[in-house]
Design a protein around this ligand. Sequence first.
Ligand SMILES: [Zn+2]
Length: 233
Amino acid sequence: MPQTWRGLVCTSRTEEWQELIAIAKNRANMTGAIGILPEALAEGAFDGSLAEMELTLKSDEALQIGEVGLDRRFQDKTPLKQQMEFLSEVLELGWQMDRSVSLHVVGAEEPLFKTLERHSGKLPRLLWHGFTASIEAARHFTGLGGTISLGPSLWRPGLRLAGRLPELRNYPFAVETDWPEGWLPEGWKSEMYQTILSRHLDRLATAMDIPVNELEERTHAIGTLFTYQQASR
Ligand SMILES: [Zn+2]
């Protein structure tokens, strides 16, 4: 990663945390985030997972939280109500420990807002990664203090939001790649990370009518909110 970049790298399950911590340790411009996706959330192990998260965050002040969230596809394994309970506890932890939280939300906007409103006024810094929901959801979420993150999943055929991107210009947003796990347009998959990012930036710049360098600057500025910045002394 070029030195001028700043990376926020998230995880999906506890087994990935130590490797991430080791990788992030020697990279000044990379911030790690520890998370557990609903699919990796073992029923009956909530308390243990939360305790492990708290302990791990305490061991490294640079660590953030992510991804955590709600995913309707996995409600057979972990009912949405339990996913909401877990998220609620994590939001509390993020608030208490002053760590940003990257959110993963699939088919669960209403339960998300329900959960967030329980913490209204006491929410940690929130990033909604891979945002593809409605303009109204963007307004609601940013109104609660959150930032939306725009990844290549925007280019999924038929997505309504793609045609309304200029309306998001004045909302707080970041640009992400969700690489290598996320959805990518055909032909991008075999490309290197840097190529994928620059293709995405170009396409977003055209769609939003914002120059690429301004998009980069805005994302960079927002990055300081979500990553760890050593206090200058
Ligand atoms: Zn995700």
